[in-house]
Design a protein around this ligand. Sequence first.
Ligand code: NCD
Length: 325
Amino acid sequence: MLDRQKNPQLNSHGELKHLLTIEGLPREILIAILDSATPFTGIAEREMKKLPLLRGKSVFNLFFENSTRTRTTFEIAAKRLSADVINLNINTSSASKGETLLDTVDNLAAMQADMFVVRHASSGAPHLIAAHLAATGREHIHVVNAGDGSHAHPTQGLLDMYTIRHYKQDFTGLTVAIIGDILHSRVARSQIHALTTLGVPEVRVIAPKTLLPTSVERLGVQVFHDMREGLRGVDVVMMLRLQNERMNGALLPSPQEFFKSYGLTPEKLALAKPDAIVMHPGPMNRGVEIDSAVADGAHAVILPQVTFGIAVRMAVMRMLAGGPA
Ligand code: NCD
């Protein structure tokens, strides 16, 4: 049983107040987010107009690291819920003048922020902000982790689960493979926690030894070093980007060598189930982890992932800060 007092994401009623990581979140909360995202897909696809659920609220997008998809889809999601959105690109603002993270947060909180959407290169930065807000009596401000170091990227994990459920309906009969740079991937960690919490019976990770965290099996996954073996019979193929910017020293021979062993080609994909779906969180390195013929092929659901991401981020923000339906 989860100790709710110790989970900084939940209030004393067990409700979500911050979204920092999928690890330790109850299955019911994950399902509630996925279920409530469904009616928002019409808005994400612009078939419906925006909703007033966050009217009058200020959402601060606090990105200390580059982003295209995540920042933009958070912005669209907040706007379609009628929030005021303030985008801060910290590379060009006060952090570059030496201001500390918590001083930046204090100043933005003084501007009456209701929510911080935070991306940071340091694992734990969103937790630090949430703890600081709690310690200074400003717990009404919600924090959403939009990717911290190699730790977690919970909304990516959730939008991936939404995508899987959309195409496969049910989690309980699936074999899912996550392939590539697991070691540096916050996305992989969030995917693994989400998949195991939602009852996927077989989660495989496929990677060279140098790109796997030690004791990764403890997360409830099966390890494969041979991609052909690992792909056999899978329903869902989740590719990851090779995170060159997070590598210290040479963990790999060369991108060409990596592609030979771990790049997804049509020939390797043929080992998966005939109706397998191929996912990628983006940005893709074509010819490094994925062949263009697969990225643009009939099995790929990579662009639908992006659109579902808007609906799922709407669902998260609404759960945290929205009024009743
Ligand atoms: C990922 C990220 O930034 O964590 N991208 C994303 O948010 N869609 C994955 C990556 O950088 O490889």
